[in-house]
Design a protein around this ligand. Structure first.
Ligand code: TXA
Ligand code: MG
Length: 309
């Protein structure tokens, strides 16, 4: 599902930002430096664009992504800020701090970017290239680190090319990143550090304890992962009485992930389809078989987790 790309690297500047803006507008992910690591950025409001991030990374699961915004004001349209979140934003943004907050009402972020969660991880970055791209696009950008799944995070353009060359179209080269370590992730409501990083516990405040869990190395194990409230049956070719069938390809149901059997489209529609099934009058959910190649592996991983509950 991820065609081979000719990967170009352009030095940071107006031409690079214009080229990146055009690619992001047509739903393509682009690698861009931030002050922490290089990110693989795509329009966070476009589920198909977000699906292409997972496809390029070859990620065998969907974990929720960090959504980057140009300003605190823009971030308030994405996530709901309480007093503690406002305090942290004033103290550390723009910068290497990510906050996990409830989605704002009317948040335009695609469900695939948050893996269907009711929370969203947001950050206002400080790096000139990412900031220029956010301004040019006028959209929040979802961006995980720009490395293939399982590889270490890239702090130079050459790292991105070694890991994702042939899998993405463009890297903006602006030299090595300054922090070299991924952003600190916090949940302001519980004063929890979900991932340690450049903003330390001491910097955050006295009631922040040092990181104690393993939410980052095993993001798929996040207790907060979205699961439908109804039982889910896999590999279904037709609906049993009371079931809401989500189809794929030849298998038609009450809903479908993709009539044409396109895995990128299916990934883009997955969480919305599960939410629709949850809200339907069916007592249980059934889902058609999904092939395991390309993005199908991540879709099936997600479905397997949702089915065991
Ligand atoms: O420095 C960084 O944060 C870089 C640059 C590109 O901004 N990005 C980055 O993204 O490290 P990524 O996708 O590699 O890591 C995102 C982490 C994952 O561990 C994920 O589980 C967590 O953020 N995360 C995202 N949304 C979450 C949510 N709603 N609840 C809990 N954890 C969340
Ligand atoms: Mg990463």
């Amino acid at each position: 599902t991820n065609p081979p790309f000719e990967t170009i690297a352009l030095p940071y500047g107006e031409a690079a930002i214009a080229e990146a803006r055009a690619r992001i507008a047509r739903g393509e992910p682009v690698a861009v430096p931030t002050e922490t690591v290089y990110g693989l950025a795509a329009d966070a409001t476009d589920a198909a664009a977000v699906a292409r991030i997972y496809a390029a990374k070859g990620r065998p699961s969907f974990n929720p992504l960090i959504v980057h915004a140009p300003s605190l004001e823009a971030a308030r349209g994405i996530a709901a800020f309480d007093a503690e979140a406002e305090r942290l934003a004033a103290a550390f943004w723009p910068g290497p701090l990510t906050m996990v907050l409830p989605r704002a009402e009317g948040s335009p972020v695609a469900a695939l970017a948050t893996a269907g969660l009711e929370t969203v991880a947001v950050r206002v970055p400080a790096h000139r290239a990412m900031r220029a791209l956010l301004e040019a696009c006028g959209k929040p950008l979802a961006a995980p680190s720009a490395n293939a799944s399982g590889a270490i995070s890239p702090t130079r353009c050459s790292h991105v090319l070694a890991s994702l060359g042939g899998r993405i179209g463009l890297v903006i080269d602006d030299g090595p990143t300054s922090a070299g370590l991924e952003s600190t992730i916090v949940a302001p409501a519980s004063h929890a550090i979900l991932r340690p990083g450049p903003v330390t516990a001491e910097m955050l405040g006295p009631d922040y304890s040092a990181y104690a869990g393993d939410a980052v190395t095993a993001p798929g194990q996040l207790a907060s992962h979205y699961a439908p409230g109804k039982p889910l049956r896999l590999e279904a070719v037709n609906a049993k009485p009371g079931e809401w069938l989500i189809g794929f390809g030849q298998v038609t149901g009450h809903d479908t992930l993709s009539v044409t059997g396109d895995l990128t489209e299916a990934a883009a529609r997955l969480f919305d389809a599960l939410h629709r099934a949850d809200a339907s009058d069916g007592q249980a959910i059934a889902i058609a078989p999904i092939p395991s190649d390309g993005l199908g592996a991540a879709i099936n991983d997600r479905l397997a987790r949702a089915a065991v509950r």
